[in-house]
Design a binder for this molecule. Structure first.
Ligand code: PLP
Length: 392
């Protein structure tokens, strides 16, 4: 055996493992490949040298390319550089982050806010900070993967309740709440792959009745529903203890936040592992988010547009009216969704096929996302391209 034999053998077995997994996934149409995509002005993208109208970006307001947002980010880079240099508790807490937190708290009507590096980091930090092994977490079955990841990291007993099913949630609370020290209910406010809303008022009532806390993830609500203030604004009576959301969708940049009472936020800032052990958000991202929130507050016509365009599509296709900027066209098998996406792409429209494990088995779909930058004509073109694929 050669001197490097052991090392080579380890590498080979890992490579063989990866290759076998790729073959398995490919055989059931579930392998996914990255495709370099340049996002251009408007709703256009360039891929493989072709320009396509994208219905797959979460940049619902086109703010990733807004001149005021870009200028704010550039100014911050000139002043502070590109990186934050350390975790927030050391030297990475740029003054722009504090300013952003104050703005987010004011927008959500809470005492305080905490900004995170991303939505995934937010939920995997927040949930284990407030729940541990003696506790119970109830999660809507269609909630985002990072809520599940946070619940798993917490070590709490974690149960799924059926999507938006209050009877199921009530039954599970009645059965399991007495055995837990504390309880947390977690849901998307606007569901990322389905575009529907959680009944936050009803969930909040159940939470209070069973002495449970409520976390809502409004990644797809902020900037789009509730006049731009997010899904909680549609349910003014709901008590939402932890209002989480991201800066990566309608806000157009990168990062995330949670709004809550000051003690809850102070505790997070000293204990959440994804605040303490990770580098602070780059100053330019905080500056971009601040500028984007100003555009959202100052341009109600822009904010109203993604939902109006989504409803234009659902009306054209005879589907139930869209509740957000996301409309799923559920096609069933992964292969069907891939074929539909290829057909649309041939017509100059980008609509990514979403397959398991992102969505449940048998519900592969085109997930259509609407932007203030789309024209009515582009939406009508999309409707005609999707029509032949609609299940009978
Ligand atoms: C996109 C998304 C996240 C993750 O946010 P990132 O900033 O992209 O990490 C979390 N929750 C929901 C519901 C999302 O759609």
């Amino acid at each position: 055996m050669r001197k490097v034999g052991h090392r080579a053998r380890v590498t080979d077995s890992l490579t063989a493992f990866a290759r076998q997994k790729i073959d398995e996934l490919t055989s059931v149409s579930l392998m996914r490949w990255l495709k370099p995509t340049a996002r251009l002005e408007g709703a256009m993208v360039e891929r493989d040298g072709r320009r396509l109208v994208s219905f797959s970006c979460n940049d619902y307001l086109g703010l990733s390319h807004h001149p005021k947002v870009k200028a704010a980010a550039l100014r911050a880079i000139e002043t502070y550089g590109v990186g934050s240099g350390a975790s927030r508790l050391v030297t990475g807490d740029n003054p722009l982050i504090e300013e952003l937190e104050a703005k987010l708290a004011a927008l959500k009507g809470t005492e305080a806010a905490c900004v995170f590096g991303s939505g995934y980091l937010a939920n995997t930090g927040i949930i284990p900070t407030f729940a541990g092994s003696k506790d119970l977490i109830l999660v809507d079955e269609l909630a985002h993967a990072c809520i599940w990841a946070g619940a798993k990291l917490s070590g709490a007993e974690t149960l799924a309740f059926r999507h938006n099913d209050m009877a199921d949630l009530a039954a599970k609370l009645a059965e399991r709440r007495p055995h837990a020290q504390r309880a947390l209910i977690a849901t998307d406010g606007v569901f990322s792959m389905d575009g529907d809303l959680a009944p936050l008022d009803e969930i909040s009532r159940l939470a209070q009745r069973h002495d449970a806390w409520l976390l809502s993830d409004d990644a797809h609500g902020l900037g789009v529903v509730g006049g731009g203030r997010g899904s909680a604004a549609l349910f003014p009576d709901a008590k939402i203890d932890l209002q989480m959301g991201t800066l990566s969708k309608a806000v157009g940049g990168y990062g995330a936040y949670v709004c809550a009472t000051k003690p809850a936020i102070d505790f997070l800032k000293t204990r959440a592992r994804t605040v303490v052990y990770t580098t602070g958000l780059p100053p330019a991202n905080a500056a971009a988010a601040l500028a984007a929130l100003e555009v959202i507050a100052g341009e109600p016509e822009r904010v109203a547009r993604p939902l109006a365009l989504a409803q234009r599509l659902t009306a054209a296709l005879g589907l139930p009216p869209a509740q957000s900027a996301v409309v799923p066209i559920i096609l069933g098998e992964a292969e069907t969704a891939l074929a539909a996406a290829r057909d649309l792409e041939a017509k100059g429209l980008l609509a990514a096929a979403i397959r398991p494990p992102t969505v449940p088995k048998g519900t592969s779909r085109l997930r259509l996302a609407f932007s203030a930058e789309h024209t009515e004509g582009q939406v009508d073109q999309l409707a005609e391209a999707v029509r032949p694929w609609l299940p009978a």
